[in-house]
Design a protein around this ligand. Sequence first.
Ligand code: NAP
Length: 284
Amino acid sequence: MSVVPDITLNDDNTIPQLGFGVFQIAPEDTVEAVSEALRIGYRHIDTAEMYGNEKEVGEAIRASGLDRGDVFVTSKLNNGFHEPDDAREAFDTTLSELGFDYVDLFLIHWPLPTLYGGDFVSTWKTLEEFQRDGRARSIGVSNFQIEHLERLASETDTVPAVNQIEVHPYLTNDAVREYGREHGIATEAWSPIAQGGVLDDPTITQIAENVGKTPAQVVLRWHLGRGDIVFPKSVTPSRIKENFELFDFELGQEDMDEITALDRGEDGRTGPNPDTFAYVPDQR
Ligand SMILES: NC(=O)c1ccc[n+]([C@@H]2O[C@H](COP(=O)([O-])OP(=O)(O)OC[C@H]3O[C@@H](n4cnc5c(N)ncnc54)[C@H](OP(=O)(O)O)[C@@H]3O)[C@@H](O)[C@H]2O)c1
């Protein structure tokens, strides 16, 4: 049995709370990084059409010798494919790139409220089709703000299983997390260590020293203590291992509160603001 706890989603599927993210891992480095993660014990991989490495993620999982059912795989719809027919074609491509006949979780990567006439509702209804036909076991969204989630709630039948949003000590994103908690939407925290940007914060380094762990382990443990799902990215074997060693300690309430108090609100955001982000990559 894995040391990583499972979180039960609103559709009764389960997801390992700790996974491995592959954003910004070059395709030629992906097989090695994912293979290393699987060797260490990660059983949840977070990729996206936009990352350009779905093929290599599938390759590494097959090469591991693990059963497909033992690894939770997430991918995401790229920004150029929100219109239903485009989404259907893009999802077919995702499955053929991965070399699997289903994904465990498929997400709308960004809401793009300023594109497509602001219509992410028809996109969501297309993901509902993928879930109905069994090719996406769970469906969810990413970078959705409360107003976007409210629109889905009033215009569609399925509550997203997850909302994957930027969360770390400098952007606690608690209003969106709280909305999710109240409505049965699990929060996945992306850039959980702010791509390294929070690791030399004096509050965090002090807590790390006190508990005898590294700053990255302290921050990842903080996320787990808040109940969020995380998937730190690294191409460095020692860090891939370090980021998995989170289950032999816990943070006291005072440490948890001190880290939460580092929140800088919008000033702490390192990625794009979902209300205005409108990037469409070159079509593949
Ligand atoms: N839905 C979205 O819009 C969205 C956006 C961004 C990210 N994500 C997902 O979230 C995952 C994680 O976010 P992220 O990749 O942006 O950033 P992250 O996991 O917060 O940080 C990754 C960076 O930190 C370094 N690092 C990793 N572990 C470390 C450690 N123990 N000590 C020191 N440095 C360490 C890595 O360096 P090395 O690799 O050189 O070791 C890399 O530069 C992504 O891979 C992706 O799956 C989703």
